[in-house]
Design a binder for this molecule. Structure first.
Ligand code: NAD
Ligand code: LMR
Length: 327
């Protein structure tokens, strides 16, 4: 059994937190041989801190063998001290009728402050995963505060979109989701994202030979995946939570698994036509636990290039909106 790792989770008393913490403590994120110390951050307000104490009681009541201890705090310097992973969930979710980018001004400030503190107090090998929306740009904001930690340590979650896309393709083709592979998300975690069906595979063959209805792929599949978050908000009156927590488990677990190929949002080096410096979803291969390289081998046709150009333009626009938050 390895020594414990320290994992900070922000917004720990929120909806996603309530699904996420139990998955981490049970070993689903870091594996069955890895003990964890959970360092849980909430806002310094009585309601959320009291709710957090209740969540901690429930974690205790699970008697998880891998949960070494917990820290409950409203002080970011305590929450992020010596952490190996910082999972940045805490921020405002959107409501009906809003786009995720509408959250930028409010949530962006959180990521300026937390990026700075993480850089000051986290472990040298700290990895940061951003979930709070708009996730790509919040991640860029946090990464820009870092002077010590390399920007490659800061990733944002587009895995929920990858998982959504895989299920939609599987349902259309009438196959189990495990028969779908190489479906990757390019660009922003927003309706402009491109879920690249052109290189996806179903039972090892091009998805476009299993699903020959191109109109469905372009006009139904892409919008269904892109607007799934809004569909869930319309149905639940709350944003996705269990599926988001599940996607973060997948994101971190695959980033800890050398050889895994998966979609994450990282600082663009210009691959696939993204503007250098925006945080764009791309396929990456995990090279060693917590490190990755972009998979650059997919050749995009003119349709895919036009979709990538649209989502890139949105990311560049978000970056312009927050330019004063980029140190
Ligand atoms: P929620 O409102 O249920 O919980 C958020 C929690 O964060 C609250 O308890 C709040 O008190 C706390 N919080 C707010 N500011 C904080 C701060 N500065 N420090 C620490 N805690 C803070 O929201 P939720 O449903 O858990 O969603 C959280 C975020 O995740 C939202 O921005 C939502 O849009 C986003 N989200 C992203 C994805 C994705 O795929 N990237 C998916 C689902 C949700
Ligand atoms: C999602 O995709 O479900 C989340 O980003 C929540 C939202 O605002 O759509």
């Amino acid at each position: 059994m390895a020594g414990p790792i320290r994992v900070a989770v922000t917004g720990a008393a929120g909806q996603i937190g309530y699904s996420l913490l139990f998955r981490i403590a049970s070993g689903q994120m870091f594996g069955p041989n890895q003990k964890v110390i959970l360092q849980l951050l909430e806002v310094p307000i009585e309601g959320p801190m009291k709710a957090l104490s209740g969540v901690a009681m429930e974690l205790d009541d699970c008697a998880f063998p891998l949960l070494e201890s917990m820290v409950l705090t409203s002080d970011p310097a305590v929450a992020f001290r010596d952490v190996h992973w910082a999972l940045l969930v805490g921020s405002k979710p959107r409501g009906p009728g809003m786009e995720r980018a509408d959250l930028l001004k409010d949530n962006g400030k959180i990521f300026v402050a937390q990026g700075k503190i993480i850089d000051e107090v986290a472990s040298d090998d700290c990895r940061v995963a951003v979930v709070g929306n708009p996730a790509n740009t919040n991640c860029m904001i946090a990464a820009h505060q870092a002077k010590r930690l390399p920007k490659s340590r800061f990733t944002a979650m587009v895995r929920l979109d990858q998982n959504r896309a895989a299920t939609q393709l599987a349902k259309k083709a009438g196959v189990p989701v495990t028969d779908v592979s190489e479906i990757f998300i390019y660009g922003n975690h927003s309706p402009s994202m491109f879920a690249d069906f052109t290189h996806a595979k179903i039972q090892g063959k091009p998805a476009t030979t299993a699903i020959t209805d191109r109109t469905w792929l372009e006009d139904e599949f892409l919008p269904t995946v892109g607007k799934r978050g809004a569909a869930i908000i319309a149905a639940r009156n709350l944003s996705s939570a269990a599926s988001a927590a599940n996607a973060l488990v997948d994101h971190v677990r695959d980033l800890c698994t050398p050889g895994a190929i998966h979609s994450i949002a990282v600082e663009s080096d210009g691959s696939y036509g993204f503007s250098p410096g925006v945080w764009a979803g791309v396929p990456v291969k995990t090279t060693s636990p917590g490190s990755w390289e972009v998979v650059k081998s997919y050749t995009m046709d003119s349709f895919a290039q036009s979709k990538i150009a649209i989502t890139n333009e949105e990311l560049v626009g978000e970056r312009d909106t927050v330019k004063e938050m980029l140190a």
